[in-house]
Design a protein around this ligand. Structure first.
Ligand code: FEO
Ligand code: CA
Ligand code: CA
Ligand code: CA
Length: 661
């Protein structure tokens, strides 16, 4: 028996890369109700899609009016290539402040965080989780730019969650045993934080003490199942024989927001949490095999199954009970959360399909038809959209509460001539039949990846975030990188570089700007990477596959992507800045791009070891929040302590300008 502590971050990145608010108590209800009415009127929806700011006093521009002034009014900052860079550098005239870090209080009863990481799982359940990722600011109607809810995903956990890192005890049979107190704390550090926040008299954003809206959702929170797989035998487990309730959400990466004012959190690399030790059985289950569920005699990445049986998906043929072979079916979904109702049960929407789902971004047409776009972040996976059967009625948004329970799921095919087609995942059509392993639509949804293989969708270079232009509805997707392009996956027009280390951004225009269209036209917006003639660390010319098409400031590995109301495209990066190919792009960063001119300008650089992810604004776009995820060296968190920890930054211009203008 051997005990081992792990402190490093590099492996976690590798895992990510695997393929496969009673100060107000008396009148709070009326505030919520008014904010809800704003939702009902569609105001919040418009804010979500970036149109609201255009209608606010002080903003000259209305949606659809071309801007005369250049989109970007800031000076770009330099790339930071030093291995010792441990700061946040932001454009001149702007200030970035740490706002919300792992361990900060969410619930009022949370104990103050201790930087020796000695606190237990019950404390963690009341505090901010780890690895802040996608997030959204839901404004309150009465003071939308000064008061609202900040909802933040906590994607996974770092070894710094514990005083001395993760503890694994290696057993004689090769399995790894975990201490139960560590596992519980890790489960508690996953999920979502809902935080009521407000600007104080000095203009600083603060958590509102005493709010009943503060909430922590974790890997231990009961959730409902809706849609075609609710109660389905394939969703049943020993602890949920009815297949109607799931404990928790995992690996919440990016997100989306609905026009009816709810938050969609997405379950990305859920496969890392499960193991099926029966290799023969594993190979017969596409819902395990095609999704990268761990197999063989070894343990899952965090070995939670050593103390929590439901993470062991190995069937037990000697016993006549359900076991947990279906537990991996219960993750990989879009989870809908009503942030305005702290007592509401989160809902897993199975009609939208099961993916390593990065995001769920809504595009709303004039006639109420909508699409929800998603990336599936693994090498060679697909770009997706879900089109609900029913239209969203702006005059009656509450009627859309269950809109995501029926509709058509599509995977994208990008053809060489710049056209493309959405391929519907409909059981019984185009080979989605029993002969090919699909007994019914539920099989199609559980193995959406396999169904898209059958349909001939285009394997992409790790599809991450999607962003929809506020005026044109043009859709952009970040393809972060894929070193197996040109070897395991053939080159194509949308994924044109072999050994693609830097990634690209692809965009498309739906026919008639209709989110529900079947046909689209697409082009490559940019290839990330160095500029022609660039040299490596030894002064030698870089190989062609590292040369990009970026006009302006270079970067590697686009990931987070979002438009503001003026149509600036904001790009966040998640590159390995220890790698040789990032010698010139350096630490991860936030950049801004002009979709028309294609110019890219660097707005912010983060500390070494961190990914920049998650982005949201106040409706006036004068306050910006982003996340510094898993900083590698010391970085000042919200209280100035030095244990590296994921942190939400709040960014404002010193004279209160619109961010980036
Ligand atoms: Fe969690 Fe694909 O990033
Ligand atoms: Ca990440
Ligand atoms: Ca990401
Ligand atoms: Ca990433």
């Amino acid at each position: 028996m051997r005990q081992e502590h792990q402190h490093y971050h590099a492996d976690l990145e590798a895992v990510d890369d695997r393929r496969l608010n009673p100060s107000q108590a008396a009148d709070l209800d009326s505030v919520i109700n008014r904010s809800r009415r704003q939702v009902l009127k569609g105001g919040l929806a418009l804010a979500a899609f970036g149109l609201f700011a255009g209608m606010l006093p002080g903003c000259q521009r209305s949606p659809g009016t071309p801007t005369a002034a250049p989109l970007m009014g800031f000076s770009g900052v330099a790339a930071q290539t030093s291995a010792k860079f441990d700061q946040v550098l932001v454009a001149d005239g702007y200030t970035a402040r740490p706002f919300f870090s792992w361990g900060d209080a969410v619930l009022d009863s949370a104990p103050a965080w201790l930087d020796d990481a000695s606190q237990d799982w019950q404390a963690q359940l009341l505090q901010a989780g780890d690895n802040h990722d996608g997030m959204h600011f839901f404004p309150f109607e009465e003071a939308p730019n000064e008061h609202g809810l900040l909802v933040i995903n906590h994607e996974y956990i770092n070894p710094t969650l514990h005083t001395n890192g993760f503890t694994f005890t290696e057993l004689d049979d090769g399995r790894r045993q975990r201490p139960v107190d560590q596992v519980r704390k890790e489960q508690a550090a996953h999920g979502v934080s809902v935080l009521e926040i407000r600007r104080d008299a000095n203009g600083h954003w603060q958590r509102v003490p005493g709010s009943r809206l503060h909430r922590r959702i974790s890997a231990l929170t009961p959730m409902a199942i809706r849609g075609p797989l609710a109660g389905d035998p394939r969703m049943r487990t020993a602890s949920d024989p009815s297949g109607t309730e799931i404990l928790g959400t995992l690996n919440n990466c990016s997100m989306g927001v609905t026009p009816w004012g709810t938050y969609l959190t997405c379950e990305e690399n859920f496969h890392n949490y499960f193991v099926n030790r029966n290799a023969v059985d594993h190979a017969t289950r596409p819902t395990h095999q095609r999704y990268g569920i761990g197999q063989g005699q070894h343990s899952a990445y965090y070995a939670w199954e050593s103390v929590d049986r439901r993470f062991d998906a190995t069937p037990d043929p000697t016993q006549d009970h359900l076991g947990y072979v279906n537990e991996p079916h219960r993750f990989g979904w879009v989870v809908e959360i009503d942030p305005f109702d702290p007592d509401s049960k989160p809902i897993k929407r199975t009609a939208m399909g099961r993916l390593g789902r990065e995001c769920a971004v809504v595009s709303l047409g004039d006639d109420g038809r909508m699409a929800v776009y998603s990336g599936d972040d693994a090498r060679g996976e697909y770009v997706w959209k879900f089109v609900p059967d029913a239209r969203h009625d702006l005059a009656n948004p509450q009627a859309s509460r269950n809109l995501l329970d029926s509709g058509t799921l599509y995977a994208a095919r990008f053809d060489e001539d710049g056209t493309g087609r959405w391929l519907p995942l409909i059981w019984g059509e185009n080979g989605l039949t029993p002969d090919n392993g699909f007994a019914d639509q539920q099989d199609v949804l559980l193995n959406a990846r396999g169904a898209a293989d059958q349909l001939g969708a285009t394997p992409m270079d790790r599809p991450e975030w999607v962003a929809v232009h506020p005026d044109s509805r043009e859709v952009y997707v970040s393809l972060t990188n894929n070193h197996e392009r040109g070897s395991r996956f053939p080159l194509d027009a949308a994924n044109p570089r072999p050994d693609n280390q830097h990634g690209q951004i692809v965009r498309w225009r739906e026919a008639g700007a209709d989110p529900a269209a079947i046909h689209f036209e697409w082009d490559v917006f940019l290839l990330a990477g160095d500029q022609p003639g660039a040299l490596d660390a030894a002064g030698q010319p870089l190989p062609d596959n590292l040369i990009g098409s970026v006009q302006g400031d270079i970067f590697s590995s686009p990931d987070g992507l979002a438009f503001d109301a003026a149509g600036r495209l904001w790009i966040q990066t998640d590159s390995d800045e220890q790698a040789a190919h990032t010698v010139n792009t350096g630490c991860n960063q936030l950049l801004c791009a002009d979709p028309q001119t294609r110019e890219v300008r660097r707005f912010l650089v983060g500390p070494r070891g961190a990914e920049i992810t998650g982005i949201t604004w106040t409706p006036d776009y004068r306050t910006l929040w982003i996340n510094i995820q898993h900083p590698g060296i010391s970085y000042p968190a919200s209280d100035g302590h030095s244990r590296p920890r994921s942190t939400t930054l709040v960014i404002t211009h010193d004279q209160g300008k619109v961010i980036g203008s």
